[in-house]
Design a protein around this ligand. Structure first.
Ligand code: DSN
Length: 415
């Protein structure tokens, strides 16, 4: 229906959207940061709210005519606070990186020392990468993970004691173990640092009790809304009441102008969904499915960093089989599985090649996949790894049919 409306004006773009829909319907999505949001969320994002300017906060705007978006934004704030048990929520950040940037603007000054997880160890660009604002304007010290894929908290403490950061970031884009926020808080307190938890990846698990909450330990909690949380692309900052005013100012006018009220409406709808019992079951299944996939891959003789996972993701370590992440991610695409290459601890390959592939269960779980399906996915991946050099066409065809069969078992965006 929406496509017909677009097609009337722009057949070229309509065709590409249709083709993307088909790609999503017919491939197994294992990118750990992706998900399939509901039609209700998409409808909110595609609504008339896109027409409205609303700089400022609900009921304190710089534009008139905000009576509806005020209420919508307030609902989104209330739901975020309820879901995460937070004192304060700002739902305006356009993305997770923007949310992190606003915390930096509020909590530290250019040149101050900030400590985060190294990007190649599973951190995030906005946690101090030299090519990101965080690394360009702040003095960054990084911690990593050990060979078992775990944060070494004694080492984090040593680094913190040595460098006395003003802000410590606990959170990751590729970490498969439970994060000990209490331990991070003890370290932050010892050196007088603020603690920011970036729960972008594990948001749904935190919201449903599948992962311990960063509250009451963190001063600031940032998240995206589109990963495990299954909402529209965007960010949220939550914080203790004492920081509320400063964080709001950092978002606007600090780093953003007009909030995207259509996306905020999408966030409100997604947060309502996330408060449901069904979502609790979903988050639990996400973890069961990730564990089942990790086990299946290990049963097939492949290595997983840390020999398993406690959350929604894992990293396939290809060093033992002499393959690269780049080649394996590419062959997976040919057999109908989407994933991304990723470094493993002490990776001998460059970040453009890597020795690993990150795999996640959130999107497949939304489709309806259960443990047995993930077991079959593991088997398909293991077969694909074997042919990543030869690209045996018959085998590719066979594996692609097996992937498609799973997708057809769980139709997406059909009704
Ligand atoms: N790009 C996201 C991820 O894939 O984890 C992080 O922002």
């Amino acid at each position: 229906m929406e496509l017909d409306v677009i097609r009337e004006i722009d057949a070229e773009v309509a065709e590409l959207i249709e083709s993307e829909l088909k790609r999503q319907q017919t491939t197994i999505e294992l990118i750990a940061s992706e998900n399939f949001t509901s039609r209700a969320v998409m409808a909110a994002c595609g609504s008339v709210l896109t027409n409205k300017y609303a700089e400022g906060k609900p009921y304190k705007r710089f534009y008139n005519g905000c009576e509806n978006v005020d209420k919508i934004e307030e609902i989104a704030q209330m739901r975020a606070k309820k879901l995460f048990n937070a004192d304060h929520a700002n739902v305006q950040p356009h993305s997770g990186a923007q949310a992190n940037m606003a915390v930096f603007l509020y909590a530290v000054k250019p040149g101050d020392t900030v400590m985060g997880m190294d990007l190649s160890n599973g951190g995030h660009l906005s946690h101090g990468s030299p090519v990101n604002f965080s690394g360009l304007y702040f003095d960054i010290v990084s911690y990593g993970i050990n060979d078992n894929g775990e944060i070494d908290y004694d080492n984090v403490r040593e680094i913190a004691l040595q460098h006395k950061p003003k802000l410590i970031i606990a959170g990751a884009s590729n970490y498969s173990r439970i994060i000990d926020f209490k331990r991070f808080k003890e370290i932050a307190d010892e050196v007088g640092a603020y603690l920011m938890a970036d729960i972008a990846h594990i948001a749904a698990l935190v919201a449903t009790g599948e992962h311990p909450s960063p509250f009451p330990y963190a001063d600031f909690v940032t998240t995206t809304t589109h990963k495990t949380l299954r909402g529209p692309r965007g960010g949220i900052i939550m914080c203790k009441e004492e920081h509320a005013l400063g964080i709001d100012k950092a978002v606007f006018p600090g780093i953003q102008g007009g909030p995207l009220e259509h996306i905020i409406a999408g966030k409100a709808v997604a947060l309502k969904e996330a408060l449901s019992d069904d979502f609790k079951k979903y988050a639990h299944q996400v973890v069961l499915n990730a564990k089942a996939l990790a086990q299946s891959l290990m049963d097939e003789g492949l290595d997983i960093v840390g020999n398993g996972t406690d959350n929604h993701l894992m990293t396939l370590d290809l060093r033992k089989v002499g393959k690269t992440g780049k080649d394996v991610a590419n062959i997976l695409e040919l057999v109908g599985i989407t994933a991304n290459k990723n470094t493993v601890p002490n990776d001998p390959q460059s970040p453009f090649v890597t020795s690993g592939v990150r795999l996640g269960s959130p999107a497949a779980t939304t489709r309806g996949f259960k443990e047995d399906d993930m077991k079959e996915v593991g088997k398909i991946i293991a077969e694909a790894v074997k042919i990543s050099d030869t690209k045996d066409e018959d085998k590719i065809k066979e594996l692609k049919e097996r992937s498609l069969k799973l997708c057809q078992k769980y139709p997406l965006y059909k009704d």
